[in-house]
Design a protein around this ligand. Structure first.
Ligand SMILES: [Zn+2]
Length: 349
């Protein structure tokens, strides 16, 4: 059973990259032999190769472990061991939101490049990072197929027997207020929540992985697009986080850090307060606003500012835990919606 703090829309998985900031690891070699372009969108095969490359180049701190399979039998990765306080980040839960996997890859690269030189990061050597660049691997691959599939959101499992449509919205398949809000029972809907909570193998894998280790986690991030929002729990308007005031404080400070980078304004609040309220509907709000697509030249600035914001939340959690009173205040789900997509009714890609 997943903790209800991991509210509403949530984690699913495929490949997890495990980044441990070791205390006495040798100085990091920067990726001189690696010409990976972080400011382009990459198909799944390239992301997989990137993960292998990262793990090879940083074998002292990075481990990849397989821990399950997607519906189409693609590998899901899992870690065997968890010793330290941990940060979780997942990207690519919705196939079409390509800026999200791009950000996870950027995040890993930044942490690996700076933890020896940035005292702020170095200070966090007693924390581990679990980063999943692409959660919905099947859907992501499908979204790269051609222009007719570019807007794929769901995974690729077949619908119920009386339905011809494929896919479940993994974000609505977790056992946290399942189907209570923002989800659809229509299997052809973009927000179809599945035949039951955790009906999808991807959701099961993450639930097991996170659920059995949740006491180790300091904070969770799930990365989506398109908007400029930093969401705090809960997604359900009937519940308020007991530490709402403190979360808002940290979130607003993170938004302030984000603004310093490129002047962008991110809004902070709960999903019912600032997301559904804005769109006037709890259904597929982004889809209703047209076809979003973020040009590749926006990847870099978007990643830079989101990184700064995420880092603020992480360092706050770190300081709170290791330098202050130990409590679970920050063990909460932070949902980051990155970037404003270009809206067009005709061009898909
Ligand atoms: Zn999304």
């Amino acid at each position: 059973m997943i903790d209800k703090r991991l509210t509403g829309s949530y984690l699913n998985n495929q490949l997890i990259i495990y980044v441990k900031i070791a205390k006495h690891s040798p100085v990091l070699a920067l990726e001189s032999n690696m010409e990976y372009d972080y400011y382009k969108y990459h198909p799944m095969s390239e992301i997989t190769n990137w993960m292998v490359q990262i793990a090879e180049n940083h074998s002292d701190v990075v481990t990849i472990v397989n821990y399950g399979q997607t519906y189409e039998k693609r590998t899901i990765s899992l870690l065997k061991e968890l010793r330290y306080q941990t940060v979780w980040m997942d990207c690519g839960i919705h196939a079409r939101e390509w800026i999200s996997p791009a950000f996870c890859q950027y995040f890993v690269r930044q942490i690996l490049q700076t933890y020896k030189t940035d005292p702020k990061i170095e200070e966090m050597k007693n924390m581990d990072f679990y980063v999943t660049p692409v959660l919905n691997v099947d859907g992501y691959i499908y979204s790269w197929k051609d222009n007719t599939t570019r807007l794929r959101r769901k995974n690729r499992s077949p619908g119920p027997s009386d339905c011809d449509c494929y896919g479940t919205d993994l974000n609505h398949n977790f056992d946290a207020y399942w189907s209570t809000i923002g989800a659809s029972f229509n299997c052809c809907s973009r927000t179809f929540c599945g035949s039951s909570a955790l009906s999808e193998p991807e959701a099961q894998a993450v639930t097991y992985f996170v659920g059995t280790r949740k006491d180790h986690f300091l904070c969770f991030f799930t990365i989506h697009s398109y908007s400029q929002l930093l969401l705090i729990p809960y997604g359900n308007p009937n519940f308020t986080a007991p530490n709402y005031d403190e979360l808002m404080k940290v979130g607003l400070a993170a938004a302030n850090e984000i603004k310093k980078v490129h002047g962008m304004n991110y809004t902070v609040g709960t999903s019912p307060d600032i997301l559904y309220a804005n769109s006037g509907t709890s259904s597929d709000w982004a889809g209703l606003q047209g076809i979003p697509f973020l040009p590749e030249d926006q990847i870099q600035p978007t990643c830079e500012e989101a990184y700064r914001g995420a880092l603020h939340v992480i360092t706050s959690a770190h300081d709170n835990t290791f330098n202050g009173a130990v409590d679970a205040t920050f063990t909460t789900l932070w949902t980051l919606l990155l970037a404003v997509g270009v809206t067009t009714s005709t061009t898909l890609l």
